[in-house]
Design a binder for this molecule. Structure first.
Ligand code: FAD
Length: 299
């Protein structure tokens, strides 16, 4: 107990950061502050989400292309199958290839109406596995897909969900990034089940630092993530205290990350929500330092 909480963390964890495409100039400035602040941590890649029904097609493209152009970071574009034909989706992928983007996060996506059952476009890709196969036919993209430690709500059971993940890997994906979750055991159980199902791709836990508890509760309900009772108690009475919520959020996410690290995880993916400070603090506690700063200390 006398040992500091993070004393055993060696700074050898790879990280990646997820951003969403900005809607306004102000949001664009916030995003770029985040990209620049997190860049010196040398993420393996950063990814940019794709809005429901392709609603952010141009903004996602512009953001990914700018990151590829103006930073040394490897940029990945999320791409979904929703409400688009195969040739429209292929055209988007071709634009990425032409812009030098080599990594796609291939997703089925959700219908624009929240909670509506997914229906594939008549001439579209039926699901993420089909999209992965389609991308593979176009170019040798690096492809990441989504995984669900608590099972996707559309899957009847864990076995079906794992079969689907295996189909995505077999189609050519090399990495699966998970939906967010709050207990380390949830990830470890999933990792064991995936290994037993013959899935050997890299499974990267997605970490969601929680600052707005009510919003995360709503999101968790939609995506089937369990929100433990103890989390509710931790955020009780903090609605009007944003700085206190930030501290609680950083502590929780760092503790989850540390336990994952202790369990052998060496790549964490952060849902940054375009805010850098929290992800930066958590990475710091994991022992990560900007390369240049580490050099100065050593000199
Ligand atoms: P799939 O893997 O295709 O499958 C979803 C479910 O349907 C699975 O449970 C599967 O078992 C079932 N299923 C698939 N095919 C069949 C079949 N043939 N028969 C029966 N069942 C089937 N959404 C966005 O809109 N934009 C984003 O940028 C985005 N980024 C994300 C990033 C990450 C890391 C994660 C975890 C999710 C992201 N999402 C995003 C949300 C994602 O689009 C939804 O979770 C969506 O509901 C499922 O997408 P998928 O790629 O996992 O789908």
């Amino acid at each position: 107990l006398a040992a500091p909480l993070f004393a055993d963390v060696a700074g050898d964890c790879r990280v990646s950061f997820e951003y969403f495409p900005p809607k306004t100039e102000k949001m664009e400035a916030t995003l770029w502050d985040a990209v620049r602040m997190l860049e010196p941590l040398e993420p393996s890649f950063v990814s940019v989400t794709y809005g429901a029904g392709g609603s952010t097609r141009e903004r996602t493209h512009a953001t990914v292309a700018r990151i590829a152009r103006e930073t040394a970071i490897s940029a990945a574009a999320h791409l979904t199958c929703v409400e688009a034909t195969r040739s429209e989706i292929d055209a988007v992928a071709e634009e990425y290839w032409a812009a030098g983007v080599r990594h796609i996060v291939a997703l089925r996506g959700d219908m624009p109406t929240p909670g509506a059952r997914f229906e594939a476009h008549a001439d579209g890709y039926a699901n993420a596995a089909a999209l992965v196969a389609g991308l593979r036919r176009l170019h040798p993209f690096e492809i990441s897909v989504a995984a669900y430690p608590e099972c996707h709500p559309d899957s009847g059971d864990v076995t079906t969900d794992l079969d689907n993940l295996k189909a995505k890997i077999d189609a050519g994906a090399t990495r699966a990034i998970t939906q967010f979750f709050f207990e380390p055991e949830t990830f470890f159980r999933f990792r064991d089940a995936a290994a037993a199902a013959g899935i050997d791709a890299d499974l990267v836990p997605g970490i969601m630092p929680v600052t707005n508890f009510a919003a995360v509760q709503r999101m968790s309900k939609l995506c089937g993530t369990d929100v433990p009772d103890w989390m509710g108690r931790l955020f009780e009475g903090l609605d009007a205290l944003p700085a206190a919520r930030q501290l609680v959020a950083a502590t929780l996410a760092a503790e989850l990350s540390r336990k994952l690290y202790a369990g052998g995880v060496r790549h964490l993916h952060f849902y940054t929500l375009n805010r850098a400070e929290l992800s930066y603090a958590i990475c710091h506690m994991l022992g990560l330092r900007p390369k240049a700063a580490a050099g100065r200390v050593a000199a």
